[in-house]
Design a binder for this molecule. Sequence first.
Ligand SMILES: [Zn+2]
Length: 265
Amino acid sequence: MIEKSLYENYEIDFDEKITPNSDDYLFVFNENRELYLDNDKNLPTSSVEFNVNFCFYIGNYKGRKAFVVNVESDESFYPLYEVYEFDHDLYHIAGKAVLVNDWYVSHRFCGRCGTPTQLDEKDMMLKCPECGQNHYPRIAPAIIVAIRNDGELLMAQHSYHDTIRYALIAGFVEPGESIEEAVHREVLEEVGIKIKNLKYMKSQSWPFPNSLMLGFTAEYESGDIKVDGDEIVKAKWFKKDEIIRYASDISISDWLVQNFIDTTD
Ligand SMILES: [Zn+2]
């Protein structure tokens, strides 16, 4: 995962009225939330070749203005995880830009009464002139936890993966529960054990499609591993030399596994 701050290269701002100049950066997305890059895999400085649906100024990226541009195009652009593989900086800010893109695409009409919404003059918010509902960018908190027991790490095989890859326990936070309650509940539901000494480590914006991943470590307390056979197919304890590492290091999951390996004898 990217360790440096988003704000190292980027200064947040928002304005719908500013239009791009030729030296500005454009984060151009198609309807599949893929990013357009030129032949040298750089951001374009013009969108004239596209049929533009909307364009917002979202702040300064490396000292120049940055815009989110949503276009109609039959071409396939770059999926975000692919951008990560060759340019972490670009991926970092594109991960924010795509969430702004999704927010506007999803809330042009009020979800409560169906009326066309209006952009707020100051904040990144869409207001409903009919019922008064405010629509902010939607971020879904989710937890992921590395559970240790005597130098071993618990990993599970999820049914939605078509490979036999093992992963850490993770899940979305339910309405009404705290982050900590979400971790204890997910672990109990997915593998049937109780944990203790829950410790928050770090978080990661995860725009696939709109999560905020909160990473924890914990220790095994009690219970036998029991999987539901539906969402989780298998789960077991791994010694550090039994863990298979994959090439991509995009996720906080990867960071947590590496942290286990680095801090285990
Ligand atoms: Zn409304």
